[in-house]
Design a protein around this ligand. Sequence first.
Ligand code: NDP
Length: 449
Amino acid sequence: MFKNEYLAKVYAEVSKRNPGENEFLQAVREVLESLESVVEKRPEIEKNGILERIVEPERFIQFRVAWVDDNGNVQVNRGFRCQFNSAIGPYKGGLRLHPSVCASVVKFLGFEQIFKNSLTGLPMGGGKGGSDFDPKGKSDGEIMRFCQSFMTELEKHIGQFTDVPAGDIGVGGREIGYMYGQYKRLRNEVTGVLTGKGLSYGGSLARTEATGYGLCYFTQEMLSCMKQDSFKGKTVVISGSGNVAIFATEKATQLGAKVVALSDSTGYIYDANGINLDIVKDIKLAKRARISEYVKAVPTAEYHDGCSGIWTIKCDIALPCATQNEIDEASAKALVANGVMAVAEGANMPSTPEAVEVFLNAGVLFGPAKAANAGGVATSGLEMSQNSLRLSWSFEEVDERLQNIMIGIFHNAFNASKECNKEGNLVVGANVAGFTKVCDAMLAQGIAY
Ligand code: NDP
């Protein structure tokens, strides 16, 4: 798998130290595989043990989260925060609430976040956290009590200059509000310690839209530079129907595309006339209901049980925006057979390594998550800037900065791919560009760091 001995040695050691942590090992392997030409050109990387250090979190916190449900029963969940790397800034990365959250998932997300945050050009280190708490079916009071208990412990480890969490799967504006309120109560201070806050207490305009919009800005630039093309007139399939999927649908539609499918964890909808996003927003954001409800409002649309069938729908552009490993080799082959020209990842690591291989071998334009979905964290960075300045920028100002950041990320990754003699391979390009800045900062700061 690795021709370079140093890379092979580091990967063998990570596998030994983190047995069974498949998601984390998958993320590490992908990054290390991209770094071959870099470690060969720069012997100081091995000499200073950069890779051995970068694969080991600076700090990993696991804690008990006890809370009382509506029936008066005590519930116990497990909370995590992985503070992976602070070489270029305070740890930054979301909190995920989903039953699948475990050490491996939090470490994979935290590891990816190091390079993603570096690519944004903003001074943010990498971190991630969450809990195996399942928000589905919980009352508002239960969500509040869980979030308060979670923050009662997390508060000891975060701060505006240390670690600034945000949302992720299962954590939107409501959850950030409850967590922020608890942090403020405990610390008696008003700081920008979380991003994704409500607009009335320090949130940034365009943060809610940022990951989905940013994904489309990135994809538009990729299409324009690599195929002299655009979203205009294209058929698009998007998985998920949460924060990222909804705003990717909105922007892709504004850019002239027709989005024909969306999904959730139970199934997917297909609307050949183009998804009516107002109906989806009402179902998913206002009612917190299932995507299957869509066909009640639009009887000409179809609903199918199961998630992977969405990738058999013929499309020009696919934007996976649900969760990790949702596109396997068979789904990738189905997309290619149906003539997909571009795939850009809104979710984190939604394509398996085999699927990525299928896309690259077929000449499909492929935007990897750490570049394509960096718009969310970039705008979180802009929220931090506004909090420090005690100012609020207009939607247009934030959106314009977001567009420039996404265009910059594309070119950064594209240029790095050329320098590695892999022109157009944005997996390698994003990993190398993201890594280089963090590596230089680690070298400058000495080994005890
Ligand atoms: P949300 O919780 O808002 O939405 C998640 C969506 O994905 C829901 O439709 C959910 O369905 C679906 N989903 C979750 N788990 C699964 C699963 N195991 N199988 C199939 N579908 C699933 O999360 P976000 O939109 O915020 O996040 C989506 C992805 O984007 C994640 O990978 C996240 O890490 C990534 N991301 C998010 C950012 C952000 O700013 N929010 C920033 C960068 C990346 P259901 O409702 O049934 O659970």
